[in-house]
Design a protein around this ligand. Structure first.
Ligand code: XBP
Ligand code: MG
Length: 255
């Protein structure tokens, strides 16, 4: 079995619960800026999360949920403008505070740092959003904790394509069997496993009922000594909160 050398974290839904009261609200504020009468409810947003990436999600909504909209200019330009506004609103929301890391995230990061296990980020979200979230939800210098921050349009195809995880592995210069991914959704799980990575899923309200069978372990959150996780699928080796020892034990044996 390879030695664990890096943990790769997804951002939205994994490090913090950002979708419902972060990204969703930011989209709605951007729609209001442009006098669009669109309103992404909590339920509708759950369906729209099938499509990763903010620009891609807006395009999907335009194509599938709206009667043909007459736009004054080019559709790509319209989406880019809307998304620019949405990004600014999202940064305002996270900078206002109130988005906390999920249970166990900071503890696991500290344990990895102490053990010399490297850290990386693989997200569909834009680098601006990811960095604002790291700074506001984790710590002002948190972006420096990660050797690689793979985010947004740096790759051609977003999750569930493997591109972002392949990009991060390439930058880390590590083989997949030396790394473990923490994700929160089916799209992210498919992306990571297609890149050959062992993946643990910490679910949230939007992803709890998804098909997550490719995951090595599915738990409610990473847990704390005084806040055990719930196991939804897999074998946690009698652990009740997520540690590097558990991460190491989940790595696939090398052939
Ligand atoms: C989550 C996403 C993102 C955000 C929107 O990605 O799907 O698209 O909802 O972010 P992940 P942008 O869980 O992989 O981090 O608007 O910046 O694209
Ligand atoms: Mg996610």
């Amino acid at each position: 079995m390879a030695q664990l050398q890096a943990l790769i974290f997804d951002v939205d839904g994994t490090l913090a619960e950002t979708e419902r009261d972060g990204h969703r609200l930011a989209f709605n504020r951007a729609f209001a800026d442009l006098n669009l009468d669109w309103d992404w409810s909590v339920g509708l947003y759950g369906q729209l999360l099938e499509v990763a990436g903010g620009k891609e999600r807006i395009r999907h909504y335009l194509e599938r949920y709206q009667p043909p909209v007459r736009l004054r200019g080019d559709v790509d330009q319209f989406i880019a403008d809307l998304h620019r506004r949405k990004t600014d609103h999202f940064k305002d929301i996270v900078q206002a505070g109130g988005i906390a890391p999920r249970p166990g995230v900071l503890r696991l990061i500290r344990q990895a740092q102490a053990a010399g296990v490297r850290l990386a980020i693989a997200t569909t979200s834009s680098p601006e959003n990811a960095i604002a979230l790291l700074q506001c939800a984790l710590a002002p210098n948190a972006p420096l904790w990660f050797d690689v921050i793979g985010a947004g349009d740096v790759i051609p195809c977003k999750k569930p394509a493997p591109d972002i995880y392949q990009y991060v592995l390439d930058k880390l210069a590590l083989p997949p069997d030396a790394c473990l991914v923490i994700e929160d959704s089916r799209q992210g799980l498919l992306s990571a496993t297609a890149a050959g990575l062992t993946t643990v899923v910490t679910v949230n309200d939007y992803t709890r009922r998804q098909n997550l069978r490719e995951a090595s372990l599915v738990i409610s959150h990473l847990g704390e000594p005084n806040q055990p996780f719930e196991i939804l699928h897999g074998d946690a080796r009698q652990a009740y909160y997520f540690t590097l020892d558990l991460a190491q034990s989940l790595l696939r044996p090398t052939l």
